[in-house]
Ligand binder design. Structure first.
Ligand SMILES: *[C@@H]1O[C@H](CO)[C@@H](O)[C@H](O)[C@H]1NC(C)=O
Ligand SMILES: *[C@@H]1O[C@H](CO)[C@@H](O)[C@H](O)[C@H]1NC(C)=O
Length: 144
């Protein structure tokens, strides 16, 4: 009896069963992963909460990388940092992405981050934003 109640509650908190939400800690090292529009699997490893400023196109807000929502201050439910939001931010930066779900490189990563954006606060992924000066990354993603 007790056990089934706990399982039912866990299912509600976790949201859709098919899409796991993995919280990331600000200042930790994480690896962003996405598939680009040439169907190459790309990875880039760096700091959660890092600040790249704008992208090479001078677009976007890449402060607070990994936060669900634009930069450190874009509309969001809490200051949630997750694996899928980190992957989407990093993909977007390096691909000059735009248009969210319709971007040819990062649209899939955008969709994967939607449940994180919605349920990340409930899942305990919200933290204080770091305050870091913008520094463009020196390491490029590896795609193969
Ligand atoms: C992003 O935009 C910059 C500046 O226009 C360009 O040099 C670069 O090749 C673009 N990157 C991609 C992945 O399209
Ligand atoms: C694939 O992405 C690159 C930027 O990384 C872009 O220049 C190119 O137009 C895209 N190709 C398609 C078919 O969307």
């Amino acid at each position: 009896m007790m056990k089934s109640v706990v399982i039912a509650l866990a299912a509600v908190v976790a949201g859709p069963a098919s899409a796991a939400i993995i919280c990331l800690k600000v200042r930790a090292t994480a690896t962003a992963k996405w598939t680009n529009n040439a169907t190459k699997a790309c990875t880039w490893t760096g700091t959660v909460g890092s600040n790249f400023g704008t992208d090479v196109d001078n677009d976007g807000d890449y402060s607070c990388n990994g936060r669900c929502g634009a930069g450190c201050t874009g509309t969001a439910i809490g200051n949630v940092y997750t694996q899928d939001c980190f992957s989407h931010d990093i993909c977007s930066y390096f691909n000059n992405a735009s248009g969210g779900a319709s971007d040819s490189n990062c649209g899939v990563a955008f969709k994967a981050a939607e449940d994180d954006t919605e349920f990340g606060l409930v899942d305990g992924c919200s933290q204080a934003n770091p305050t870091v000066a913008p520094v463009a990354p020196t390491v490029q993603p590896v795609c193969s």
